[in-house]
Design a binder for this molecule. Structure first.
Ligand code: SF4
Length: 130
């Protein structure tokens, strides 16, 4: 189990990021809890909340290489898309509206509109650059 310190830190972070982006928790609380556990475990292991929903051949190298998959990841900051389902709509869907049309999120979930377009996407100006 991750440390209490990292769990509290991640809970606080996620709460603030829901508010900042206008997203909410998944209706199934187990989804949220397991992602937060994964982020907190990475905080303990790596000192950074590396996204727990990807496979990395070398986690340390991944964190040193770039911040791309440190939560909130580039996809969240640019497209408001969270493939872990941590930051979702009230229906528990990831927002796909801003993704490129050939992105796997669009192919998997179809077009999911952003209910709060005035919030989040703090790196929207980087769309298409990554
Ligand atoms: S997909 Fe991105 S925003 Fe969602 S939990 Fe992973 S790093 Fe965080």
């Amino acid at each position: 189990m991750p440390s209490e310190k990292s769990l509290t830190r991640m809970h606080n972070y996620v709460q603030k990021y829901w508010e900042k982006t206008g997203t909410v928790a998944h209706p199934d609380t187990e989804v949220t809890q397991s992602v937060i556990n994964g982020l907190a475990a990475h905080m303990d292991e790596l000192g950074r909340p590396l996204c727990p929903c990807n496979f990395y051949p070398d986690k340390k190298a991944e964190v040193e290489r770039s911040r791309e998959w440190v939560c909130a990841c580039d996809e969240m900051k640019i497209y408001k898309y969270c493939h872990c389902l941590l930051f979702v709509t009230p229906e528990g869907m990831p927002i796909t509206e801003y993704l490129p049309e050939d992105h796997e999120g669009r192919l998997m979930y179809g077009l999911v509109a952003d209910p709060t377009p005035d919030r989040g996407r703090e790196a929207r100006n980087r769309a298409g650059e990554e």
